[in-house]
Design a binder for this molecule. Sequence first.
Ligand SMILES: [Zn+2]
Length: 459
Amino acid sequence: MPSPVIPPLSSAAFALRAAAVTLRADPFEVGDEAALHHEADALIVVDDGRIAAFGDHAALRRALPPDVPVTHHRDALVVPGFIDAHVHYPQTGIIGAGGKRLIDWLNHYTFAAEGEFVDPLHARHVADLFLDACLSHGTTTASVYCTVHPASVDAFFAAAEARGLRMNAGKTLMDRHAPDFLLDDAQRGYDESKALIERWRGRGRLGYVVTPRFAITSTPAQLEAAGALLAEHPDAWCQTHIAEQLDEVAWIAELYPERLDYLDVYDHYGLLGPRTLLGHGLHLGEREWQRCHDSGTTVVHCPTSNAFLGSGLFDWAQAKKTGRPVSVALASDVGGGTTLSMMATMGAAHQIAQLGGHRLSATRSLHLATRGAARALQLDDRIGSLTPGHEADLVVLDLGHSPLTRLRMKRCDSIDQVLFMLMTMGDDRAIREVYVMGRPIGVERLRMAVADDAASATA
Ligand SMILES: [Zn+2]
C-alpha cells in the first residue's frame, strides 16, 4: 500500500482524530456498503478552511508534520456538516404551533409571524437566533425561505456572512391568497428578487434561491416572472412547495385547469431543473415523478412536518423506482417541522418510511442529510462529504451524550447500529463541536447565546 500523501500545510493547519463516517457514493445507486466510508480511527487534516487529508489515523499520522496540533475526540463520530434542504427561518418563533392543517396553519400562525419581518431589526434578531440554533444542531448549510420583505433576505444573508456559512436563501414571492401585508406583485417581486441577486450573488458562501412560496399564492404572471429570473440567472436556485396536502392539490386544479397536474404548473413556467428543490411531493402522480426524474428536479422530504401537519407519507417506492430514480434530500421544514435537528429528522424519516412499508437504512438517511443534499444543491464538489479539497464544515457527534445512549452504545457492534442509534436518540445534545470552514464555533457558548436571544426576543 502506498504511503498516504499530505499536501504542504500552512502554520495554521490542525488535525482531528476520531471515528469518522462519510458517503463516497449514492447508497440508493450502489448499495449501502459500497457507498459508506467508515474509519474507526480517522485523522482529518484541516488547512485554510478545507479538508487537506482524510483517512486512517495510523497511516496518515506518519505523513503528518510533527508540529501540526492534533485534537483527539474520544467516544465521538465526525460527520460532514448537516444540510437542511428546506426551512423557513421566519417561522423559528412558531415552531410547535399546532392543531391545524396546512392552509389553516398558514392563515392562523404563519402569515402573522412573517408579517413582523417588515422590521429589519426583528429580521436580523431572528436570523441570528435561527443560524445559531442551526449550528448548535450541527446544520452548516440550508436552503432557506425568507419572507416577502427584501429586508428579511438582507438580514439573513448578513447574519450568514458574519458566520462564514454556506447558505442559500431567497425572498418569498407571493401575490395572492395571503394577507395584504404579505403580498408583492409580479413586477415588484421580480424587481426585488433581481436586486437581491445582484447584491448577494457570489458574496462569501451565499447563494440566491428564487422562491415562489407555491402556486396557490402566486399568480401565473408571478410564476412567469420567477421563470424569467431563473433564465436570466443560471447560477440561481429555485425552491417552492408541491403536493403537500390533498385540498391544496385540489385548489391547484381549480386555479390552473389548463395544466396537466401540479408539477406541470411549475414546468410550464420554466421552474424545474437540477437546481430546483420542491418541498414535500406527497401526492404526486406517476407522470409527475417521471418528469422530476427527466428534468433532474429534487423532491425534498420533510418528515416531521408531514407528520405534524397530517400531510401524508412520503412514497419511497415512487421516489426511487428502478430505472427512474428521483433526487431526494431531507429537510426540517421548520416551522411546520418540529425540530432543527437533522438527526431527529433522519429518525423521523425512518418512522415515516416504516409507516409506508419501506425500509430507510441509517446510511441512506445520512446520505439524504449530507452528500445527497449537497448533490441536490449541486454543491457536492464543495460540501457534504469528508473529501480532501472540500470546505471543512464538520460535526463532532458525542456517542455518549445521555445515559441511555451510553447504555445503548455498549450493544452497538456496527457503524450501521451506531448511526441508527444516533438518528433515533440523537438531538442537539449529541453535538459536541461544529467546524465552519475549519473554524470551531464553540457549541456550548452558542447554546447559551441562543437561550439568551430567545429570552430577550419580543413575544
Ligand atoms: Zn415549507
